[in-house]
Design a protein around this ligand. Structure first.
Ligand SMILES: NCc1[nH]cc(CCC(=O)O)c1CC(=O)O
Length: 309
């Protein structure tokens, strides 16, 4: 029997980071199946989020802005899989779609990029640090209430340019993204997760497919990382319990420790004046339950002005 070569159409946004991630998935597929280059075709799809550059994403409508058009293409069968930053994925997906898995997770930490100096403590009081992330802003204010934290949007290169030009004294970005773009040498220092928790999903590349399209899923499964899948199951279940708005600064990180999962979560007041932390452990075969329990515990602890209803 001759096996005909599949032609998988992989959809992605067109940003440099998205393209890197799409090609990482494509390369993994080609390698795992020993396919020739033409077996996986990358299709660039422009999303609503790509058109917004002047406002904080939380104001523009938040998550979903970067995924909608890709998900429409999936449902219309114009593509067979969509590749996303796991961090940018809403906790609830549209009917008929699912996350089949993730590439092995990269460094989860946030990185500090400073015009001068190395560490957070090197910033003088009043120094201007730019970020568009509520989570980064709140954690930064908590650690350094004396800084002037301001909105800084745009792609990675734009942000780095604004630090280099002196418009900002520093910025915070995901280490994983910088490293994928070959910009790890711009990093002044990394913020340890002990005092600065990443966003749920940070550092992970997600692969979304049509639920029930077992032919496609069977081809994707060999490239997905089970450990990353477990961690993301916990983190996304936690976020799902807290969701409702993306106006609340939320961090969360699950890690495998032997046959246990450790989860740590944080919710903060936007100005960093209050923060609520939880640590929970659970067995690996109870990942979903661990995430849900962590989310419920957090919800019970956090005052309603930070997490509505
Ligand atoms: N929201 C944009 C986004 N989505 C994923 C990453 C970085 C890569 C990753 O976390 O996997 C970034 C940039 C950033 O936050 O610095």
């Amino acid at each position: 029997m001759t096996q005909s070569l599949p032609k998988l159409r992989l959809g992605t946004r067109g940003s440099p980071l998205a393209l890197w991630q799409a090609h990482a998935v494509r390369d993994a597929l080609l390698k795992a199946h020993r396919w020739p280059d033409e077996a996986v075709e990358v299709q660039v799809i422009r999303t609503t989020g790509d058109a917004i550059t002047d406002r904080a994403l939380s104001e523009a409508g938040g998550k979903g802005l970067f995924t909608k058009e890709l998900e429409e293409a999936l449902r219309d069968r114009r593509i067979d899989l969509a590749v996303h930053s796991a961090k940018d994925m809403p906790t609830r997906l549209p009917d008929g779609l699912h996350l089949v898995g993730y590439l092995p997770r990269a460094d989860v930490r946030d990185a500090l990029i400073l015009r001068e100096g190395v560490a957070l403590r090197d910033l003088r009081p009043g120094a201007r640090v730019g970020t568009a992330s509520l989570r980064r802003e709140a954690q930064l204010r908590r650690l350094r209430p004396d800084l002037d934290v301001a909105l800084l949007r745009g792609n990675v290169h734009t942000r780095l340019a604004k630090v280099e030009s002196g418009e900002f004294d520093g910025t915070l970005l995901a280490y994983a993204g910088l490293s994928r773009l070959g910009l790890a040498d711009k990093v002044s220092s990394v913020l340890e997760t002990a005092d600065f928790l990443p966003a749920v999903g940070q550092g992970a590349v997600a692969i979304e497919t049509r639920f029930g399209d077992i032919a496609v899923d069977a081809l994707v499964v060999p490239v997905v990382c089970p450990a990353t899948g477990l961690a993301l199951r916990v983190e996304r279940a936690y976020l799902g319990e807290l969701d409702g708005s993306c106006r609340t600064p939320i961090g969360g990180l699950a890690r495998l420790e032997g046959d246990e999962i450790q989860f740590r979560g944080v919710v903060l007041a936007p100005d960093g004046s209050r923060h609520y932390e939880i640590v929970r452990y659970g067995p690996i075969n109870r990942a979903l339950e661990l995430g849900i329990a962590a989310g419920k515990e957090m919800r019970a602890m956090v005052p309603p002005d930070l997490l509505p209803h």
